[in-house]
Design a protein around this ligand. Structure first.
Ligand SMILES: [Zn+2]
Length: 332
């Protein structure tokens, strides 16, 4: 996992290597062909000399240029024909002389007329996916697959409106969040009853952003804090500058799923605060999902954490009956 700039740099280095290698391979192929048919090397050398000679003529003697040039062109033509015949005779394809770029469109530079080539954009997406920690979730949980039909239209005890109306609002907030992601920073707190699609929406948002090549990191709270604790224990000097924690601080979108299910210690509380607070200050979006209520959150974590969550996050409350069973039956 790394921030966008680092991913970008790494890709550029990879393209550079790819390009150098393609050129080297072409050169090796050429040398091998010369070995096979030595006359080809002579022809190529003569063609090169002719090229130089023609350029010289054009500068030195404008008057006689035409005549001399015509002669040189004729020789050039003869050599080319001879080369062609030799290649045919030895079954050497024209491509054997060319540099074989993986992407002929940008010749493995990653750019066409100053704009990122489609292969480069695709590579950015793949990089982002690989680093997201989401590969196990990806695929099914996308906005296209999200169905409001599972949510009841009946009023729900103690809440305004029906679960369906509530989900319509939540969905529109999530879509807006995704659409405006690079333009403004927003933080989401998805909280409330389990089995209503919180993880689904986290995954849908992540996929949409990953498709745009934006680095996202997803982790459940237990996995995340366990990793942080390990790091704390093993490599204390590294934690702040370049460890897992630093990655969590720098990634464009951090998603912490299932907050509240981790083993709770004072270490967890302090790390959580540092994560949330630093990301808020650096205007990097964070999404937190939890089955806890706001009151439980405030009680479990410190007031500092609760006040950040309630003050700076868009809180989306999930309520209604668990839809997991409904979905399961629908699939069968
Ligand atoms: Zn390309």
């Amino acid at each position: 996992m790394a921030d966008r700039l680092e991913v970008y740099r790494r890709l550029l280095r990879r393209y550079d290597l790819r390009r150098t290698q393609a050129k080297r391979e072409a050169e090796e192929r050429r040398q091998a062909l010369y070995q096979q048919v030595p006359r080809l090397e002579e022809i190529d050398r003569q063609l090169q000399l002719l090229g130089v000679e023609m350029a010289k003529q054009a500068i030195l003697s404008p008057q006689e240029m035409e005549q001399t040039l015509a002669m040189l062109r004729q020789t050039q033509q003869q050599l080319k024909l001879e080369k062609e015949a030799l290649c045919q005779q030895h079954q050497i394809a024209p491509e054997a002389w060319q540099v074989q770029y993986r992407c002929p469109k940008c010749e493995d530079t990653g750019f066409v007329e100053g704009r990122p080539c489609s292969c480069f954009s695709q590579a950015l997406v793949e990089e982002a996916y690989a680093a997201s920690n989401l590969s196990h979730l990806l695929g099914e949980d996308t906005f296209d697959q999200f169905s409001l039909a599972y949510y009841s239209t009946q009023p729900f005890a103690g809440e305004h409106g029906s679960p369906r109306e509530n989900m319509e609002r939540i969905l529109s907030v999530c879509l807006r969040f995704t659409k405006r992601f690079t333009k403004e920073t927003e933080h989401l707190l998805l909280y409330g009853s389990p089995g209503l699609g919180k993880t689904f929406l986290c995954s849908a948002i992540a996929q949409e952003l990953l498709q745009r090549g934006i680095p996202v990191f997803y982790a459940t709270a237990p996995a995340l804090f366990l990793q942080l604790e390990k790091e704390q224990f093993h490599e204390e000097e590294e934690t702040e500058a370049n460890g897992f924690f630093a990655d969590l601080l720098s990634v464009d979108l951090l998603i912490i799923d299932d907050l509240g299910t981790e083993f709770f210690t004072s270490f967890t509380a302090s790390r959580l605060f540092a994560l949330i607070n630093t990301r808020l200050l650096e205007e990097k979006s964070t999404i937190i999902s939890t089955n806890l209520s706001l009151a439980d959150l405030a009680e479990r974590y410190t007031d500092r954490v609760a006040s950040r969550l309630m003050g700076s996050f868009t809180a989306l409350k999930f309520f209604g009956d668990d839809i997991r069973l409904l979905k399961k039956f629908a699939k069968q």
